[in-house]
Design a protein around this ligand. Structure first.
Ligand code: QAP
Ligand code: CO
Length: 175
């Protein structure tokens, strides 16, 4: 089922998500619905809070070299923890909860992450490139942090101005 994406400035995006203890059918249903919602919205990453569930679950589907997105490369992370980091990298990020705005954000270049899969099995992944950036972006959602919260004061001001103008245009086009 395709779910509704929670968009900024909705307060729910500031909530800290809770650890998952039950790896049951309800969790699997949520993960499946998150996948449908993400792919249907042209996303490459989504955290549960973005569909209104304050649970420590996120999904990632990074396109391959041919820019193809395949369910075979879908990663589901439950209760992820970053255990190692190195290097610094910058990428122009976006977010399904902050549509049509993109800005440079600094992240760790390489990370090691411990997490659980949908059945509760412990996994370890070493990530670099876009996957590393995407994991850090989605893990911030679990803490109630958006990429726009990481911008400098002046870039945040630029965002607020652009976003308010966009929302007005959206309303006008509907009336
Ligand atoms: C997070 O972001 C991310 O504004 C995932 O109109 C960001 O999937 C991971 C999207 C940067 C790695 C690098 C955004 C779709 C999708 C929009 C997304 C939009 C339509 C964002
Ligand atoms: Co996001």
């Amino acid at each position: 089922m395709k779910l509704t994406i929670v968009e900024y400035p909705d307060k729910r995006l500031k909530e800290k998500s809770k650890s998952i203890e039950k790896f049951d059918k309800e969790l699997h249903k949520l993960l499946d619905a998150m996948y449908e919602t993400m792919v249907g919205s042209n996303g490459i990453g989504l955290a549960a809070i973005q569909v209104g569930h304050a649970k420590r679950a996120l999904i990632l589907n990074i396109p391959d070299e041919d820019d193809e997105q395949s369910i075979d490369t879908l990663i589901e992370m439950i209760n992820p923890i970053i255990t190692q980091t190195s290097g610094v990298t910058t990428y122009q990020e976006g977010c399904l909860s902050v549509p049509s705005f993109y800005e440079d954000v600094e992240r760790h270049e390489n990370i090691t992450v411990n997490y659980q899969d949908r059945d509760g099995n412990t996994k370890i992944i070493e990530a670099d490139g876009l996957l590393s950036i995407a994991i850090q972006h989605e893990m911030d959602h679990l803490e109630g942090i958006l990429f726009i919260d990481k911008l400098s004061y002046s870039r945040r001001k630029k965002f607020e101005k652009e976003y308010k103008r966009m929302q007005k245009e959206k309303k006008l086009s509907k009336s």
